[in-house]
Design a protein around this ligand. Structure first.
Ligand SMILES: [Zn+2]
Length: 303
């Protein structure tokens, strides 16, 4: 009996020691993860930014609506757009000259929709947290961690024109504004058509031919699909295609598609490859190819 009691005592002691060790290890880890900063504890900073992210994500739209009347254009194209000499975005894009003022796009597109792409990830245990619109990165400095936010925006008129752009800043709101501005500057034209052999409807609801693009290890293929298919593609790419005005598409993706930046860039390049492909007049009619906006083409035909 005495021996048993001694054994129990020993066991208890062992347990206590182990617990002590665990605590020490925990403290060590915590001290490593969160270095003491002078201004504010890193915990507070993280909590603030998390709520901020949620608020910003709710809006998902640029805070300031650009006032075109108050805009003073600096470039030649800008001046022409303001005075009403240039009324079509086609003329600017076909001339090969870059758009340097985002107000040009605002002035030329009456209806412009926008969205943020989920490139980031919130903190979380057990295999990571939810996807977020802001990618949060940190730089280690003497004063503490310096967070930075990156985001990717997409704009489009759902009728043949899309733009993609990224923005990076120390806070979320300026990053988002930068992203929208860059997306407007990078607006480009796409080609639509009906290239599916299952569907011979002669309306531009899909793409006319298969295109492929690669960024990093991500290799993305877009394929024409018959009417009613929907967007059978990765979520973020679906957002881009939706704003571009493509309704039906099939896709194939090879590589590390969890690297969202690369996936988005591959999608952008694939869409640009649609314009880069040269086709004969007969195939153009056969696949009912449409470049750019259907509404603009209809307006031109009326005139
Ligand atoms: Zn069709």
């Amino acid at each position: 009996m005495v021996k048993k009691k001694e054994d129990k005592k020993q066991e208890e002691e062992m347990k206590q020691e182990e617990e002590m060790k665990h605590e020490v290890v925990k403290e060590e880890i915590e001290s490593e993860v969160e270095p003491t900063s002078i201004a504010a504890s890193p915990d507070e900073v993280n909590i603030l930014s998390e709520t901020e992210i949620k608020e910003v994500e709710k809006e998902k739209k640029p805070a300031q609506k650009t006032n075109i009347e108050a805009w003073i254009p600096k470039t030649e194209i800008g001046k022409k757009v303001k005075s009403g000499q240039l009324t079509s975005i086609d003329d600017i894009l076909d001339s090969g000259r870059g758009i340097l003022e985002y107000q040009i796009v605002d002035a030329l597109f009456p209806v412009l929709e926008s969205d943020l792409l989920m490139i980031g990830q919130s903190k979380g245990k057990f295999g990571g947290g939810k996807r977020r619109a802001f990618r949060q990165t940190q730089k280690k400095t003497k004063e503490g961690n310096k967070p930075k936010f990156t985001t990717y925006a997409v704009i489009g008129n759902k009728d043949g024109f899309v733009g993609l752009g990224s923005g990076k800043a120390k806070e979320t709101v300026p990053a988002r504004e930068k992203a929208f501005r860059n997306a407007k500057l990078n607006v480009f034209k796409i080609v639509r058509g009906c290239g599916s052999w299952e569907c011979n409807c002669k309306t531009p609801h899909s793409i006319p031919y298969k295109v492929q693009a690669k960024c990093g290890s991500v290799k993305l293929t877009l394929m024409p699909a018959p009417k009613g298919t929907g967007l059978c593609i990765e979520k973020e790419c679906a957002k881009i295609l939706h704003l571009a005005g493509i309704k039906d598409v099939w896709s194939k993706i090879i590589g590390q598609s969890n690297t969202k930046m690369n996936t988005i860039k591959a999608c952008e390049m694939a869409l640009k490859n649609l314009m880069a492909t040269r086709i004969t007049v007969e195939t153009k009619e056969k696949l009912s190819v449409l470049q750019g906006s259907a509404a603009l083409k209809a307006a031109e035909a009326m005139e």
